[in-house]
Design a protein around this ligand. Structure first.
Ligand code: ADP
Ligand code: ADP
Ligand code: ZN
Length: 213
């Protein structure tokens, strides 16, 4: 199963991608997580990506596309993957399609999680993330069992630098300009599944699994 997650920043892509990955036994690939790991390790790629991420802009396609195509060429992606945060531009979607077509395959489902902008802005302030395993929590809506600690791996949760309100507004603008057109792209491909992302996380998951089966 090859799945793409669509939706605004904070729509719940990461939360649900992790659930889908578990359900189908496929890797969860988040381009944001890959960039953050590179920033932490101070790699050249990380240094390049950071200046864009701090502004709420997209990292340029020439950096991002190669990185993602290398990742899905790895052995663990043989039986599929769930992409979280890629593609985010039409050229990214076209490159992914071309690479998969070469292997006689294609994206099976594009899951669009719909959440209005007003809901996003209230969600982001409470987001907490696990820097080790990629787990995502919310202080109110999806609290970890022990405050500040990842349920999954016991690491200390952190708050992302780009979740401050000014940057969230910038990221929403970027989303509407550059990423929203992908909904139409995948609709034309005949693989779009739309779910209401304002429901509780377990209800959103139920809708997604219903669409995937
Ligand atoms: P969110 O989960 O809130 O949508 P991500 O972790 O996916 O955020 O992405 C964080 C930042 O990393 C983005 O704002 C952008 O700067 C960069 N980024 C992640 N994926 C991509 C991509 N496919 N293309 C360009 N930039 C990306
Ligand atoms: P994205 O990857 O799309 O940026 P996340 O999965 O990181 O989104 O979710 C953003 C924030 O909203 C996190 O704090 C997460 O715990 C919370 N969240 C996710 N799904 C829901 C939901 N259905 N209702 C309320 N809060 C949610
Ligand atoms: Zn963790």
């Amino acid at each position: 199963m090859k799945i793409v997650m669509l939706g605004a920043p904070g729509a719940g892509k990461g939360t649900q991608a992790l659930n889908i990955a578990k359900e189908f036994g496929i890797p969860h690939i988040s381009t944001g997580d890959i960039f953050r790991a590179n920033i932490k390790n101070q790699t050249e790629l990380g240094m390049k990506a950071k200046s864009y991420m701090d502004k709420g802009a997209l990292v340029p396609d020439d950096i991002t596309i190669g990185m993602l195509l290398d990742r899905i060429a790895e052995k663990d992606c043989e039986n599929g993957f769930v992409l979280d945060g890629f593609p985010r531009t039409i050229p990214q979607a076209e490159s992914l399609k071309a690479a998969l077509t070469l292997q006689n395959t294609a994206i099976d489902h594009a899951v669009d999680i719909e959440v209005p902008d007003e809901v996003i802005t209230t969600r982001m302030g409470g987001r907490r993330s696990c820097p080790k395993c990629g787990g995502t929590y919310h202080v109110v809506f999806n609290a970890p069992k022990k405050e500040g600690i990842c349920d999954n791996c016991g690491s200390e949760l952190t708050q992302r630098a780009d979740d401050k309100p000014e940057t969230v507004l910038e990221r929403l603008k970027t989303y509407h300009e550059q990423t929203q057109p992908l909904i139409d792209f995948y609709n034309k491909e005949g693989v779009l599944d739309t779910v209401d992302g304002t429901q509780k996380p377990d209800e959103v998951l139920k809708c997604i699994l219903g669409a995937l089966k």
